[in-house]
Design a protein around this ligand. Structure first.
Ligand SMILES: [Zn+2]
Length: 491
């Protein structure tokens, strides 16, 4: 797993050129100067010294860039004591990058970008505690008489009433941060319910809660709740207000609440970010009644931190709200140890498996009785690097090395595998490639498709087609792997 930890430092080196074009030169220079300063104090292993620095100087300065979400989430979990968070952005060339950093550091980098390039999202990690959040929207031309601001207020009041009823917690409009990116054609808001020392257990519980309340709202239109004897929270709201929450869409009439934002590892747009090419940034709604519970000297930073759905600063008094499938509710105390243990177990099970079990087996058969120590996804998801343990046969010298190990590289595009070597004498060597078995080809094609389909919807972050991914040369691979090697030997 060490490869993951150092991957962060390494990707920063690799991506300087892209960062320059993305953040602008001056900011990249600033960051480089800062890096230099940090490295002066921690010339050998920055990671080891990090907790001490954080206590002395504020948030962790860690900054890692990754091509895959899995890698980024793993790194953030492994360093969860540093309150790191996973963000995703699309750069000016249309590539997506996953960033692991403390939110305060991310904000400092993000706020200097040109507005049209602020296209960042928070990753809401599967299983992580999160606040109640909403994505509200409707098309203006289909709903010209609708008052979105009033509808938002009604919705907030309804959910506050349910929270009070289920968990006996006071909840008011002043607890709800309302962000707006409405345009001429679309009403669009994000809501974040910020209850002090309270979060939901994870976004599955949020999703169940939201869906159940929305179902009640729909039902209330067909049943005359006001004259029935059944106790119903919605009795406290006028029928007109509740009815107004339904909007016309091209697919019929429905609630203006997007029920699709509670899926695994969901991406949720950041404060001051825009959908790519839309130039409509999320800002605080003019009618927001939100009162922050923590005051920051930098108000913008405060709003940014409060807008994060799943950012969890060290908080030992945190209570977690649960909403089960059968509608039963509960509150549990958050236990960091327990949570990280659970996540660690998940991680260790996955440590030496890739997305392609058949390729893993193919490599294992070649290197038997050796094992796969770890697998890295490199070159923009196009290659897999298998670090091998307990087996050092190198085709370059025709025998086993005494101390240096070997690794195998799988090229998913060309569907071949070849051996390379960590021994300096074998630098640049590449064995005669082996074709991957035919049955693996289908799985690769399938996986490539599903990788593409897991990307944000094209209208959110379209991949720029006039800037195709450059051809990956083996020289680049060598450079990339060399960096990994250097970082591993530091360890
Ligand atoms: Zn060798």
């Amino acid at each position: 797993m060490n490869g993951f930890i150092f991957a962060g430092n390494y990707f920063v080196n690799m991506s300087e050129i892209e960062k320059t074009s993305f953040y602008g030169t001056s900011l990249t220079e600033q960051h480089a100067k800062h890096e230099l300063k940090v490295n002066k104090y921690t010339p050998i292993n920055r990671a080891e010294l990090e907790p001490k620095r954080r206590r002395l100087l504020g948030p962790s300065e860690f900054w890692g860039e990754y091509h895959t979400q899995r890698e980024a989430l793993d790194v953030a979990f492994q360093r969860s004591s540093s309150s790191l968070h996973v963000f995703v952005y699309q750069n000016s060339l249309g590539f997506r990058k996953f960033i692991v950093s403390h939110p305060e550091i991310y904000w400092q980098m993000d706020k200097y970008k040109p507005p049209e390039e602020r296209c960042s999202y928070e990753v809401i990690p599967d299983g992580a505690p999160c606040h109640l959040y909403f994505d509200l929207e409707f098309e203006t031309d289909l709903n010209q008489l609708k008052n979105g601001a009033r509808m938002t207020k009604t919705l907030i009041d309804i959910f506050c009433a349910y929270i009070a009823e289920h968990w006996d917690l006071p909840c008011k409009r002043s607890n709800v941060l309302s962000l707006d990116s409405t345009t001429d054609v679309k009403f669009s808001r994000h809501l974040v319910f910020r209850l002090k020392n309270v979060m939901f257990k994870n976004n599955k519980h949020v999703g169940r809660f939201v869906k159940t309340v929305c179902a009640n709202i729909r039902q209330s239109l067909f049943v005359d709740i006001h004259s029935s004897s059944v106790n119903n929270i919605l009795k406290n709201f006028s029928k007109e207000d509740v009815e107004e929450l339904f909007v016309d869409t091209k697919k019929g009439r429905k609630l203006f609440v997007d029920g699709g934002v509670y899926t695994r590892n969901r991406h949720f747009r950041l404060y001051k970010s825009t959908k790519w090419g839309k130039n409509s940034h999320l800002t605080e709604s003019s009618d927001s009644e939100y009162i922050p519970s923590t005051k920051y000297r930098d108000k913008e930073l405060g709003t940014f931190l409060d807008s994060l759905i799943s950012f969890l600063p060290d908080n030992r008094n945190l209570s977690l709200l649960e909403y089960q499938d059968n509608g039963s509710v509960d509150t549990t105390e958050y236990s960091k140890e327990c949570l990280s243990q659970q996540i660690q177990t998940q991680l260790s099970l996955k440590s030496a498996e890739s997305l392609y079990p058949q390729i893993d087996k193919f490599i294992l058969d070649i290197v038997a009785p050796g094992k796969i120590r770890d697998i890295k996804v490199v070159m923009n998801n196009q290659k897999l690097m298998y670090n091998i343990a307990d087996y050092r046969y190198c085709a370059n010298i025709g025998r086993q090395h005494k101390s240096n190990g070997i690794y195998w590289v799988v090229d998913l595009q060309k569907k071949i595998a070849f051996q390379k070597c960590w021994d300096p004498d074998c630098a640049g060597f590449k064995s005669i490639p082996k074709q991957l078995p035919l049955e693996v080809h289908f799985q690769i094609n399938d996986e490539m498709d599903s990788l593409l389909s897991s990307m944000p919807e094209p209208e959110v972050c379209p991949v720029t087609t006039n800037n195709p991914s450059p051809d990956i040369e083996d020289d680049d691979l060598d450079f990339e792997l060399l960096n990994i090697q250097i970082n591993q030997s530091k360890n």
